[in-house]
Ligand binder design. Sequence first.
Ligand code: NAD
Length: 326
Amino acid sequence: MAKRILVTGAGGFIGHHLVSALEQAGHNVRGVDLKRPEFAETAAEEFELFDLRDPAACRASVEGIDEVYHLAADMGGIGYITTNHARIAYNNTLIDLNMLNAAAEASVGRFLYTSSACVYPAYRQTDANVEPLREEHAYPADPDQAYGWEKLYTEQLCAHYLADLGLETRVVRLHNVYGPLGTYDGGREKAPAAICRKVALAKDGDEIEIWGDGEQTRSFMYVDDCVEGLQRVMRSNFAQPINLGTSRLITINELVDLVAAIAGKRLCKRHNLSGPQGVRGRNSDNTRLRAVLGWEPGISLEAGLTETYRWIHAELAVGAGTRVRV
Ligand code: NAD
């Protein structure tokens, strides 16, 4: 049945893809963000430019809405979230608290919150050959950054709003999402997009800079899998936090080699050991995801990176960032 759905952060990377999928599924979507999507027109029937730190903007956003996918956040790659703690904590605390409260007051049917793998404690992520993170590993808490602490606190708020006010919350811990139509320059880009950009701009035989020794590990999820997973969690009856990611662990050096192979270039790596690299290793344990959804992300890194590289390469070819973005 068609629903009235609000997507906050609809001008951002995942929000933009989610809006397209929800509209395609026949829903009526209202997108809200500080900005419109940068690289393609939104598919949302309605798009409002609101600052969700403002409670009145949150109330206007949820008016007449059945379900909320709450993605809006001040965020970026490791370079951004390791240097803007106070700003991120301030902005995201206001956005999340005001959105939850507005949704509860308006009695919306469901509220899905995009949390992050950044909630997991630093002490479980000190080894590149990391044990995959299970949801219960979040406690005793010691998230790596202010970004992670704020996400963990909002997870608790979601539980309180469910228990005390009956707001049907869903909490998804996303692990490294990548794909086309995401930021690839300017300082907020994440590792896969930054690597695709560096490889696209390099000539065969060139050297490219990698932050850290490149032996730090992560798992990566293609955005189509992410969007599918978000909708499945929303439809489920599961209100506890749940991982959404892949469990294929890869080093950043291997990620660079993969993108270079897709580009057909031989490149040397120059390791900048003073560059930020975040935790040493991070992987998703998908036991709960499989049990709850009977599904997990299945798009291979090779297939997803090929699409992502092609898109970033084409973007750069259009004029190295000089074309007028929509
Ligand atoms: P993004 O930065 O592309 O999108 C977030 C959007 O929120 C942006 O368009 C931004 O303008 C908007 N926003 C920020 N402040 C706002 C405000 N005050 N009012 C209204 N809108 C505001 O990020 P994304 O990658 O699409 O991530 C979406 C969500 O998923 C975020 O909550 C993020 O923390 C979470 N997440 C993402 C990843 C990932 O790998 N991309 C991993 C873990 C968690």
